[in-house]
Write a protein that binds this ligand. Structure first.
Ligand code: NCD
Length: 327
């Protein structure tokens, strides 16, 4: 396929790339990526960003169909995948509310996957059970992209988080990344912490005692020689933090809502806290926020969370193009 690659000085590494590193592959966990893969994905994402800024849409995936299958609520992930597909000229079958699909009649995940992929080229799946994306991939013949499997992983979020850090701070090596909030149930921090092991970073975990980073994950990173430290409060690490990654307490994962009530307001980032953080740093959040970052912080130039969600579009465009053999 020949594409208008030199349109308005935009150079896109796009076209038929059936030998590409992600072509025909599932995206299930950050563990599948090398540093080299990340550089490639981010290069394509930069090209997508340029393309969107200058042309808006581009028929790279014309004729391709994506199934957006969401068994859990989503605003950003679902609509950015849909927008990514449409900006590349493809189309989307959107299943947001599985209670209106045959899932409500008791259909199994493997059967639902088999059904939908017979109409489409790639499936984006969000599901409440850890490991569900891997199960779907076992039964599916076409690429499955994990858009969040319970408390397990959210690999495309981690990719966009890393892309954000790189855009905001220019580098990843050498940084101190502090993760704050619900580190037990938050799948975004699980994926991001694992992905950051590919870089020379220091990790701080700040959370209430009952929401600590899972011990198995900490041990896994320890084995890779990563420096990690756990805290109950942000204070001791404020001065060294380059990236403060704030998360929502994941209410839907609590068995006992009294426990949720006890910890939900544990950390709130306010302008006063921002004053004590480095002048050059990035405040990130996968969103949605439910009180962890005061709206008064939004205009601080270090507040990167709205740019972060926009970067998600470019990273997901890059992933779709790669998985479908066009980048
Ligand atoms: C996150 C998720 O679903 O894990 N949202 C997202 O995809 N940006 C974070 C969350 O729900 O707290």
């Amino acid at each position: 396929m020949s594409l208008p690659l030199h349109l308005r000085n935009i150079h896109l590494p796009l076209g038929d790339q059936r030998t590409g590193r992600l072509y025909g592959k599932d995206v299930l966990s950050v563990a599948q990526f090398t540093r080299d893969d990340l550089e490639y994905i981010f290069g394509v994402a930069e090209a997508m960003r340029n393309m969107v800024a200058h042309i808006g849409t581009f028929d790279l995936l014309k004729g391709k169909i994506l199934v957006n299958l969401f068994y859990e609520p989503s605003t950003r992930t679902s609509s950015s995948f849909a927008a990514a597909m449409e900006r590349l000229g493809g189309s989307v079958i959107q299943i947001n509310d599985v209670k209106y699909s045959s899932v409500a009649k008791g259909e199994s995940l493997p059967d639902t996957i088999r059904t939908l992929e017979s109409y489409a080229d790639v499936t984006v799946l969000r599901h409440p059970e850890t490991g569900s994306a891997a199960i779907a991939a076992q039964y599916g013949r076409k690429p499955i992209i994990n858009a969040g499997d319970g408390t397990g992983e959210h690999p495309t979020q981690a990719l966009l988080d890393l892309f954000t850090i790189r855009e905001e701070l220019g580098t990843i090596d050498g940084l101190t990344v502090t993760m704050l909030g619900d580190l037990k149930y938050g799948r975004t921090v699980h994926s991001l912490a694992k992905l950051l092991t590919l870089f020379e970073v220091r990790l701080n975990y700040v959370s209430p005692g009952i929401l600590r980073m899972p011990a198995a994950l900490v041990a896994q990173l320890e084995a890779k020689g990563r420096r990690q430290a756990q805290y109950d409060s942000l204070e001791p690490v404020m001065a060294e933090t380059d990236v403060l990654y704030v998360t929502r307490v994941q209410k839907e994962r609590f068995e006992d809502l009294n426990e949720y009530e006890a910890v939900k307001g544990a950390f709130v980032i306010t302008p006063e806290i921002m004053q004590q953080l480095r002048p050059k740093m990035a405040l990130m959040h996968p969103l949605p926020r439910v009180g962890e970052i005061a709206p008064e912080v939004d205009n601080d130039p270090r507040a990167a969370y709205f740019r972060q969600m926009e970067y998600g579009l470019y990273v997901r465009m890059a992933l779709l193009a790669m998985v479908l053999g066009k980048a």
